[in-house]
Design a binder for this molecule. Structure first.
Ligand SMILES: NC(=O)c1ccc[n+]([C@@H]2O[C@H](COP(=O)([O-])OP(=O)(O)OC[C@H]3O[C@@H](n4cnc5c(N)ncnc54)[C@H](OP(=O)(O)O)[C@@H]3O)[C@@H](O)[C@H]2O)c1
Length: 253
């Protein structure tokens, strides 16, 4: 495959684990200079080490997207370290489940809104502020099939938060395409990370469950989700604006 992101600067939030790490590795493998961001330094350093071991270029920056100042500082550091910001993937997110709407703990509700919704807004604001002043860019937000595309019982707050990410993506895309900033979303279904495991469930048990729950019969690999993100961030997706690309094995088809 050709290197679609040679010398482009790519910021990935939540890059110390799961889908974010796979997305960071995929961009680096195609020539990008990657900033791996999250709240915890150790896993971010491990992502950077994996990228460097494969011959790529990356730096770790700790930041909390729930904090507007921390997120602005993340973008400032990205520009300082690699000289710009061409692509941003707002992937950081958390899951809280196990309660109905009527019983949903308000602490969990606030955490979901602070990180999954306001965190994406903080990132969007800091990223667009830079990109529109420097010739544009591409932003991909990670939503979910749960919320915008399908609803199941017991996942109330998470579904609300991800529906907001999808709506925010499409509304912001219209606001900022005239600034040269393309904003899109990827909505994964159950994917290769610990987030898709039920409490106490093993990977083998998840495999059996997915055979029943997914038309495809399996989870999506992290590489499959990353491939969708790279497509939307690439020049080939130049007319994709406000797209919400579902990668869920047909669950919400
Ligand atoms: N896995 C799935 O099946 C699936 C399906 C649909 C959507 N998604 C979405 O995909 C994204 C990635 O999830 P994942 O499955 O890869 O889960 P994960 O392994 O738990 O990754 C989430 C990452 O976000 C970071 N993070 C959490 N809160 C943060 C904050 N306030 N500021 C900065 N970073 C923060 C975490 O690192 P720290 O805790 O160190 O900050 C972690 O590295 C999430 O938005 C998730 O909702 C996942």
């Amino acid at each position: 495959m050709s290197a679609r992101f040679t010398d482009r600067v790519v910021l990935v939030t939540g890059a110390g684990s799961g889908l974010g790490r796979a997305i960071a590795l995929a961009f680096a493998a195609e020539g990008a200079k990657v900033v791996a961001a999250g709240r915890t330094a150790g896993p971010l350093d491990a992502t950077v080490a994996l990228i460097e071991a494969a011959g790529g270029t990356a730096a770790a920056v700790t930041a909390d997207v729930a904090d507007a100042g921390s997120t602005r500082e993340l973008v400032r550091r990205t520009v300082e370290v690699f000289g710009g910001l061409d692509v941003a993937v707002n992937n950081a997110g958390v899951f809280r489940g196990g309660h109905s709407a009527a019983d949903f703990p308000l602490d969990d509700w606030r955490t979901l809104l602070d990180i999954n919704v306001t965190g994406v807004l903080h990132a969007l604001q800091a990223e667009v502020a830079h990109m529109r002043a420097h010739g544009g860019g591409a932003i991909v937000n990670i939503a979910s099939n749960l919320g915008p595309h399908v609803r199941i019982p017991g996942v109330f707050g998470y579904q609300v938060s991800k529906a907001a990410v999808s709506a925010m993506t499409r509304a912001a895309a219209l606001d900022h395409i005239a600034d040269g900033v393309r904003i899109n979303a990827v909505s994964p279904g159950a994917s290769e990370s610990t987030m898709s495991l039920l409490p106490g469930e093993t990977e083998a048990e998840r495999e059996v469950r997915m055979k029943e729950q997914s038309p495809l019969g399996r989870i999506s690999s992290a590489a499959e989700v990353a491939a969708a993100v790279l497509y939307l961030a690439s020049d080939a997706a130049g007319s994709a604006v406000g797209t919400d690309l579902v990668i869920d094995g047909g669950v919400s088809a």
